[in-house]
Design a protein around this ligand. Structure first.
Ligand SMILES: *[C@@H]1O[C@H](CO)[C@@H](O)[C@H](O)[C@H]1NC(C)=O
Length: 347
């Protein structure tokens, strides 16, 4: 295929998809990068449904999102012309009427690996899928079988997890380290990711955006441990993220070829996130090395509380909200970057 015909295919594909493709719902699987409050309903120490979390959210309300405001799926939903926030499936304030156009099954602290969700007793990925099956049944009851099949097939599924498998599990708890080299662990996670994607595909899922890992060595919690290197980003963790992302990209290509009708996009936040962290002034940020909450070095979940008088007053100056999670403004900038490929592909 020549250069011209490749260009032609791209143009044709973009044009074609704009006309027919539609996204009736955004459905979310993953961890705290995308959780909108499922952990509120379970017994875990990893929560954020109290102030100052959510202080810049609608009504200044904490929701269980790990940020001062919205998280990426909220912005993506809005960009696709759907509602501006995605409700958590386990939040009793919402019903199937709300979930029909967007629902989140994510759980902060989870990973591809069951051993990761065990660390903080959160919802394992297999259980997110069980909840999704329950949702499908409710959706069929609510809109009827035919319409439900269409929603299931045409919805855009956002999948974002993996950071906890490395930082909360592999590098913190010895079990997996004794079992696997880090490269072997990456491959193990990809096997689990493959099992997950094939399972949701078998349930009718066809449009997926799967996220790569962020520069996880630059999370304030990790930087705070880098005493010998003047609290710079932990190079080792960033290299693992880059290595895993490269493998994940190949995995996405392979599955697109293997599973007929599947359109899976590898949404990689690494480059834009790294640029924000290393050149924060380009985006109007003043602080990238520490988070807004508390000392900005270790506080998250219950340690990031309203009583902490050190918390910054203007989160728009900070790349990170707590020691592990970006501010709403960072989430928005990252999403704007990802939308450049997401929108043409799926809208
Ligand atoms: C994770 O746990 C579930 C439920 O016990 C099990 O079905 C699944 O096989 C486990 N996955 C792995 C990779 O161990």
């Amino acid at each position: 295929m020549g250069f011209v015909s490749i260009i032609f295919s791209i143009i044709f594909f973009t044009w074609g998809s704009k006309i027919e493709a539609k996204v009736p719902a955004i459905i979310v699987f993953g961890d705290s990068s995308v959780d909108s409050g499922n952990n509120n309903a379970i017994k875990t120490l990893l929560k954020s449904n109290f102030m100052p979390y959510g202080r810049d959210f609608y009504g200044g309300q904490p929701t269980g999102r790990f940020s001062n405001g919205r998280v990426p799926p909220d912005f993506i939903s809005e960009a696709f012309g759907l509602k501006p926030t995605i409700p958590a499936y386990l939040d009793p304030a919402f019903t199937i009427a709300d979930f029909a156009t967007g629902v989140c099954f994510a759980s902060a602290g989870t990973g591809f690996d069951n051993a990761t969700s065990d660390v903080l007793n959160v919802i394992p990925l297999w259980r997110e899928v069980e909840l999704y099956k329950e949702y499908q049944a409710k959706l069929r009851g609510y809109v009827g079988n035919e319409k439900a099949n269409e929603v299931i097939k045409e919805a855009l599924y956002l999948v974002s997890l993996g950071t906890n498998d490395f930082l909360e599990n592999y590098y913190t708890i010895p079990r997996r380290r004794l079992q696997f080299s880090v490269q072997q662990y990456e491959d193990f996670l990809l096997q689990l990711a493959g099992k997950f994607i094939r399972e949701i595909y078998s349930l009718g899922v066809r449009k997926i955006s799967i996220s790569g890992l962020p520069p996880m060595g630059c999370l304030p919690l990790e930087r705070a441990t880098n005493v010998m290197s003047n609290f710079e980003c932990v190079e080792k963790f960033n290299l693992v993220a880059l290595e895993f992302n490269a493998k994940l990209e190949g995995f996405v290509w392979a599955l697109n070829r293997q599973l007929p009708g599947l359109t899976m996009l590898f949404s990689n936040p690494y480059a834009i996130f790294y640029q924000i962290i290393t050149k924060p002034y380009l985006y109007g940020f003043e602080v990238a090395g520490k988070a807004c909450c508390g000392t900005g070095t270790f506080e998250m979940s219950y340690l990031c509380s309203q009583e902490n008088s050190l918390t910054c007053s203007d989160a728009t100056k900070y790349v990170f909200w707590d020691a592990f999670h970006p501010t709403e403004k960072t989430n928005q900038i990252i999403v704007n970057d990802l939308l450049q490929t997401l929108l043409p592909m799926f809208r």
